[in-house]
Write a protein that binds this ligand. Structure first.
Ligand SMILES: Cc1cc2nc3c(=O)[nH]c(=O)nc-3n(C[C@H](O)[C@H](O)[C@H](O)COP(=O)(O)O)c2cc1C
Length: 363
């Protein structure tokens, strides 16, 4: 079913409008989600997703065509809508200097300058053309919204639009701009916080509180994200009003994810019990497994950190140098607070398990 450009979607209509059976959305995870993962989730009746935020248009097109080869089912394509960074050469130079000793310890060379490694969708017409050409059933925005004419063009193409929000004000802005449904991202969530402007105070709402605030205040479907790891969690959040649940961390240890061995081992090992919200890795707040990098970051003030995603350029270079020494404790191992509950299995099997648990929990 195609949604008329100007109509809204009711909570109970969301799954039918998208054309899926199950209220289980796999979170788009740039660098971790793969066409195989998205296809397995969509093929099982949920909504698979590709995170395109860190990809240029050629890589994105390649991933999308692989996904389309693997499935005819609906899927979600996700883009980052951060405001292009305001850079400070002084901050960047000091940042490089600060991490010089770490590069030396790892036998690497620190970069002489940093780059803005990803282009925001708000300034990426090529990516917009690709989305309009592909016409996925769903497009989702993270870190904010694109311009209203872009939203209108995507809606007019029959695409259902979702946006991650972290409080009521962001939710109201997203609905007024024309998104069909909201992803209520709680503070427990793994990966980057979808907060529109990280320089604003963050109320750090939990998934349960945010979901209820949004469902009580707004007449659009709410998809809950953050700390949901099993069917019992999906049932609980739906009882609180969510139309569906979006799970990220639960899928990281699946065979089809792009997470490397060290990341998977850390997630399901002792490290999984310790996550931190930090801006030092990429320049924006994100939750990851605590490691050497986050430890260094504990004493750093946000004003000293280069803008997103410029800071991430250095973090990636340092991780690459450390990895050459078989050290993985500088890696950006994004994970939510539910990490210890992650299960290592193929995504299709995880979907079956989630459905069984959900059925048992809802009777
Ligand atoms: C490894 C990882 C990467 C992520 N990358 C993205 C992304 O590219 N786009 C996005 O909208 N959300 C991203 N997120 C956030 C998810 O959309 C979602 O909010 C989060 O996974 C929910 O919390 P959970 O991890 O506890 O399930 C990412 C999350 C993780 C764990």
């Amino acid at each position: 079913m195609r949604v008329h450009p100007m109509t809204g979607i009711k909570r109970q209509e969301l799954l039918t409008a998208i054309g899926i059976r199950l209220p289980i959305f796999q979170a788009p995870m740039a660098g971790v989600s793969s066409p195989a993962l998205a296809a397995a989730v969509s093929g099982a009746g949920g909504l698979g997703a590709l995170g395109l935020g860190a990809s240029n248009v050629e890589v994105a097109a390649h991933m999308i065509s692989e996904l389309k080869e693997r499935t005819n089912c609906p899927f979600n394509l996700n883009v980052f809508c951060h405001q292009p960074s305001t850079r400070s050469l002084e901050v960047e130079e000091k940042w490089i200097e600060r991490f010089q000793e770490h590069f030396m310890m790892e036998g690497g060379t620190s970069p002489s300058m940093l780059r803005e490694i990803y282009r925001s969708f708000v300034a990426n017409e090529e990516m917009m053309r690709l989305l309009l050409a592909v016409r996925p059933r769903v497009v989702s925005f993270h870190f904010g919204l694109p311009a209203v004419d872009v939203i209108q063009a995507l809606r007019a193409a029959g695409i259902i639009l979702l946006c991650s929000v972290t409080d009521l004000a962001e939710a109201q802005t997203a609905v007024a701009a024309g998104v069909h449904a909201l992803i209520a991202q709680g503070y427990e969530a793994g990966g980057h916080r979808g907060i529109f402007d990280p320089s604003h105070p963050d109320d750090q709402l939990t998934t349960a509180a945010l979901t209820q605030i949004l469902t009580r205040s707004l007449d659009v479907p709410v998809i809950a994200a953050g700390g949901i790891m099993n069917g019992e969690g999906i049932a609980a959040i739906m009882k609180l009003g969510a139309a569906a649940a979006q799970l990220g961390t639960a899928f990281i240890a699946c065979d089809e994810s792009l997470a490397d061995d060290a990341y998977r081992a850390a997630l399901v090992g002792n490290a999984g019990y310790h996550t931190v919200m930090t801006s030092v890795i990429s320049g924006r707040p994100a939750r990851c497994l605590a490691n050497r990098y986050t430890e260094v970051g504990r004493t750093i003030h946000i004003d000293e950190v280069p803008a997103y995603p410029v800071a991430y350029d250095l973090a990636k270079a340092l991780n690459a140098a450390a990895k050459r020494n078989n050290r993985t404790d500088y890696g950006a191992q994004w994970a939510g607070q539910g990490a210890p509950l992650a299960r290592r299995m193929p995504a299709g099997e995880l979907m079956r398990t989630l459905v069984n648990e959900l059925e048992l929990a809802t009777g």
